[in-house]
Design a protein around this ligand. Sequence first.
Ligand SMILES: Nc1ncnc2c1ncn2[C@@H]1O[C@H](COP(=O)(O)OP(=O)(O)OP(=O)(O)O)[C@@H](O)[C@H]1O
Ligand SMILES: [Mg+2]
Length: 329
Amino acid sequence: MEPRMGKLVPTVQLLSIGDANVELAFSSIPRMPQFGQKILVPELTLRAAGSATNFALCGASLGAKTGFAGRLAVDSFGEVVLKAFREVGVDTKFLQLVEDASTSVTAAIISENGEGALFVYQGTIAQLEYEALKKCLETNPAPRWVHFAGYFLLESLQGKPVTDLLQLAQSRGATTSLDFGWDPTGWSDEVIEQVFDAIQFIDVFFPNANEVKALTGESSAKKGAKQLLEAGAPTLVVKLGTKGCLLATKKDEVMIPGFDVNVVDTTAAGDVFDAGFAVSMLTGATMGRAAVFANAVAALHVSRPRSQSLFPSLEETSAFLMRHRPLDV
Ligand SMILES: Nc1ncnc2c1ncn2[C@@H]1O[C@H](COP(=O)(O)OP(=O)(O)OP(=O)(O)O)[C@@H](O)[C@H]1O
Ligand SMILES: [Mg+2]
């Protein structure tokens, strides 16, 4: 019998909530000009960016039915982000599009040795609407995985709103993950308290080693991870750059070594890693396998030139995994 072809409703399995902006990057800059001076720029790229945006673009490149919930203005920068979403098939039905506002823009000035100075114009990101996000988490069917990123730019959601949204996503059966990123204002007691409140409702927490230290005071990722696990997150994946990651649960902690690649540009490595982990778990992998897969997608990403606008696909990552062995630890 022929399978019944009912109306195919594309459902979002992986939902990314958070920041979206356009990134204008001037690369290979020999020196910073003083005010009143001018220097020529050898390399320019303009692309969609933002932690949550990178996560969504990478999730879709890896083949997951991915949606993005964030806020863009109806302007030419918003169009750049929308085009990037369209290109890889990110579902934008949860996007908040507003008139009479400006899409967020980041200008990155990158030196010849890869160091960056960032200018961030927050634009629409700061006013992401809680009620609209709540509605999108209440739609049916609920996404299977909900990821938050770009927390420190999302002024309207900081504190209780994010905690409530995480709780709502969990109550709808979704796995929740969060990557706070680095607090540019310096990790006040209030911010640390907000993180510890949110942790109760995070299934997979994705800090890097510096963030673990800022949150717990521990320079050892393993010791810091223990404190964060006691605070409530059942799984912690601590990103360790070249070394790979530490996968920690209340039962176990395992170092998952990274891959040795020629690094070209590490921008967005953390977001790509998070997306790789989530997509792999959605396909039924164990956490250990998901961590290896995430290290592989991120290693592949950091070894590609900045001009490569697309994130690694599932095929590219599978081919990379066949050719490369993780570093010995
Ligand atoms: N030099 C590298 N070589 C190989 N893999 C890398 C390298 N740098 C990063 N990675 C991979 O990318 C992952 C994430 O990078 P990193 O540890 O820098 O996270 P992060 O600090 O959250 O990044 P971001 O600055 O993007 O927020 C690492 O866990 C690793 O798998
Ligand atoms: Mg990070």
